[in-house]
Write a new protein. Structure first.
Lengths: 185, 185
DNA sequence: ACGAGATAATTAGTGTACTAACTATCTGGT
DNA sequence: ACCAGATAGTTAGTACACTAATTATCTCGT
């Protein structure tokens, strides 16, 4: 049942890093240990989530698409929007939508105003599948973070925010066109 | 240059979660937000690392193998050991070793005592490649975590340890055979 | 009003990791 | 001594996400 690991790989083990510290002066053991631990915990949590979603025949990517569509029932999204919001390429989104459409969870429809675009909508079957999976999904997340008090969660989030801000201090590449950018709520 | 994301996908956005909280009583916004942020920061850090490794023609998986081999120069490892330590399946390890061997970074050698097994060793070329990449790798990690003080890193690690312990409270599946388990240092 | 360039979606091809099944070898109980 | 079952490594087939190239459509400046 439990998948080996979805995709976030094992990462050099803590001991490995310590062993190397003797040979490479660049190593800051505290930094390395924090990094490894962060990636490992994230990987474990992600694996749990993937395992749960797999029971409902969703992958993380497909689930993300469904959640996005669920959120904007009135304001249909096109594949380009979805790709940007989900953080994948448009090519990947094509594949995700192919799969979801094959199972009739979503439908693609032409946009009259711009024939390059499509509109993607949840079908009734899709909405149903989402309703079935959603409660358990959020129960799982609550359980996964249950070891921390509210205060601790806040502290964790502060530290992660700080960490994220530093870590992201350079790439932030601009990919392609504006792609609507509507409905920012 | 900067890859879209290696594999850890975007994960439902923070706003998405908040929007859903109104409709699903199971949602604990603090838990969800913490989870999303953790996965997002981990994903960003992982992407930075992958980008760096790609410059040296390593993937995370291949890098992990090289680090493991580097660490046990005297006590050669077999593919099964490597797979277990790296957290991938034996089949995946076969593929990683195929690639590394093709580029002459590692060598497979027969084990006389048990003809089912192989021993994997770093070649000189492999050791050289590792030496080239290692300093920058650890400088990157130090930079990525540079936004946190030593004290903050410690707090973060405590929280992550706690979180990880809870999150991992059930699967922990036993996969296959003992596979040596030697050299635990 | 027309053509260059931008944008949307797709297709083709690659890389990586998984499961399942297969081959070869080893081990231990009778 | 031998065979059932365990173990090591590989192969075959699948899934997913990427880049690059392709096709269709739109937009804007002259």
């Amino acid at each position: 049942m439990a998948k080996q690991m979805y995709t976030l790989r094992d990462i050099p083990k803590y001991e490995t890093i310590r062993a190397c510290a003797a040979r490479y002066p660049e190593i800051d053991p505290a930094s390395s240990a924090a990094c490894v631990l962060l990636l490992r915990v994230a990987s474990d949590i992600l694996a749990s989530i993937e395992d749960y979603l797999a029971l409902h025949n969703f992958s993380q990517g497909r689930w993300t698409v469904m959640m996005l569509l669920y959120r904007f029932p009135d304001n249909p999204l096109n594949p380009c929007d979805l790709a940007e919001r989900a953080g994948v390429t448009r090519a990947t989104m094509t594949g995700l939508l192919d799969g979801l459409e094959r199972e009739q969870l979503v439908a693609r429809e032409p946009v009259l105003a711009d024939r390059r675009m499509l509109e993607v909508r949840l079908t009734d079957k899709g909405r149903q599948a989402l309703d079935d999976a959603m409660p358990g999904y959020f129960r799982l997340i609550r359980r996964l973070t249950g070891g921390l008090s509210t205060q601790e969660k806040e502290t964790l989030m502060e530290l992660l925010t700080k960490l994220g801000a530093t870590a992201m201090a350079e790439p932030e590449k601009e990919e392609a066109g504006p792609c609507a950018e509507a409905a920012k709520s």
